[in-house]
Ligand binder design. Structure first.
Ligand code: CTP
Length: 408
């Protein structure tokens, strides 16, 4: 029993267009991988992945034409990507075999049968195909049973060594679907981690997996499990942080409320808590600014907490807040509930604007103008002055700062 009719609208429209073209051109496309897994499991699927033994280029070109999209070709993966307004991303690939010559490196790809294409995959739940014309499933590794049993199972004992990124994929998928990693698979995974299989993979590919983990809705659970199983040691060395899960859970709620926060920075800072240095970021692609924000969270929290103990008034407190990133403040807000309302107020303050510009002050230009405007914004926000006093106040402050500059 298949559930193509249960696809959500954009995916269903894509599949219908593919079916029409396949019938006209006598092609045999199969839906494969994630979408089939999600359909059988009853979860929401996003991408459309289609495989054919023959005719992938023909189908891709005809589909792009029919849905008024464009097609890009990736010959090294025997793949075509079709994109069009109002449609999900559609991958059309020629069924393939894979051979891993060197563990951890990308595989050598050649054309193969549908079965070859299914048995080369990571887990049984991802190795099911669904014929788009006859709606029959092809399930050579018993993936449907594993979906019913809620199990993540590799297809052979060499799987994690061939492609150690599957360690991350297993944890990510198991957490997302609420599945268990089947015991033999779990022991192969442990063995691969202990024998340092991840060192055969480039740091860039590992960081990509870490970022994908951070994109998950259940990111704290995924990251904590990876940390516990020492899968992150390859990037950060061996670390112990029994509080990690609670810390990650704490920040997630705030990240969800404020999408402008950089979750990669916050989560990485927590993973590196205690001691971060630039070598930890090799391969991450973090800009210097973002790397600095990570280091701040990892290394500077104790000092920041201490400095907070010594502030005497709101202005000093805001000065302290101003010196750190919004991501750092997010962690502080989670760890010090008493500080939270003030941090929220500070964030409000940062958004606060007054209708006044330097030209309005009629004072010679210079750095004192910006300072005066900033001081005025603060004074209006704090209620020290009324908004209609802002201009006079700013002018006075600018004159005062100017006099100070001239004296200095
Ligand atoms: N795959 C694999 N080994 C990998 C990566 C991918 O065998 N290291 C196979 C799996 O069969 C997977 C398919 O390629 O289902 C597509 O990969 P991807 O799009 O990364 O994953 P999805 O299963 O579609 O999962 P997601 O929902 O996370 O996109």
């Amino acid at each position: 029993m298949t559930r193509l009719s249960e696809l959500s609208t954009p995916q269903r429209r894509a599949v219908e267009a593919i079916r029409e073209i396949a019938a006209e051109k006598n092609l045999r496309p199969y839906l494969v991988g994630g979408p089939v897994r999600d359909l059988l499991h009853g979860s929401r699927t996003i991408d459309v992945d289609v495989t054919l033994e023959e005719g992938a280029p023909e189908l891709a070109r005809a589909l792009a034409k029919r849905i008024e999209g464009r097609v890009r070709s990736f010959p090294q993966f025997l793949t075509y990507k079709v994109t069009a307004e109002g449609f999900p991303e559609i991958d059309i690939t020629t069924a393939r075999k894979e051979r891993y010559r060197v563990p951890g490196a990308l595989p050598i790809v050649s054309e193969g049968s549908l079965k070859d294409d299914l048995i080369r995959r990571d887990f049984s739940v991802n190795a099911i195909a669904l014929g788009l014309l006859d709606e029959k499933t092809h399930d050579p590794t018993n993936g449907e049973q594993d979906i019913r049993d809620r199990l993540i199972r590799v297809l052979h004992d060499q799987s994690f060594r061939d492609d150690p990124t599957r360690i991350f994929r297993a944890v990510r998928l198991a957490t997302r679907l609420g599945f268990t990693i089947e015991p033999h698979t779990a022991s192969l995974m442990k063995e691969a981690i202990e024998s340092r299989a991840l060192e055969t993979v480039s740091r860039e590919r590992i960081w990509r997996e870490v970022f994908l983990a951070m994109d998950e809705h259940e990111a704290p659970a995924v990251l904590a499990a990876l940390h516990e199983q020492c899968a992150l040691d390859v990037l950060f060395g061996c670390r112990h942080n029994p509080e990690l899960r609670a810390q990650l859970d704490g920040v997630r709620a705030r990240i969800e409320k404020d999408p402008s926060l950089d979750r990669y920075v916050i989560y990485t800072g927590l993973l590196l808590r205690g001691d971060a240095s630039p070598v930890d970021f090799e391969g991450s692609g973090f800009s210097q600014k973002r790397a600095r924000a990570v280091v701040e969270i990892a290394n500077e929290l104790p000092r920041f907490h201490e400095a907070l103990e010594h502030v005497k008034n709101e202005r000093q407190r805001f000065r302290l807040y101003r010196g750190v990133s919004p991501e750092m403040l997010t962690v502080v807000a989670v760890e010090r509930p008493d500080e939270r309302p003030r941090i929220d107020r500070w964030r409000e303050y940062k958004q606060f604007t007054i209708q006044l510009r330097g030209n309005d002050l009629e004072v010679p230009t210079g750095p004192h103008i910006a300072k005066a405007l900033e001081r005025t914004r603060e004074a209006v926000f704090n209620g020290e002055i009324e908004p209609d006093q802002a201009r006079t106040y700013a002018r006075e402050m600018a004159k005062k700062y100017l006099a100070r500059e001239e004296k200095a």
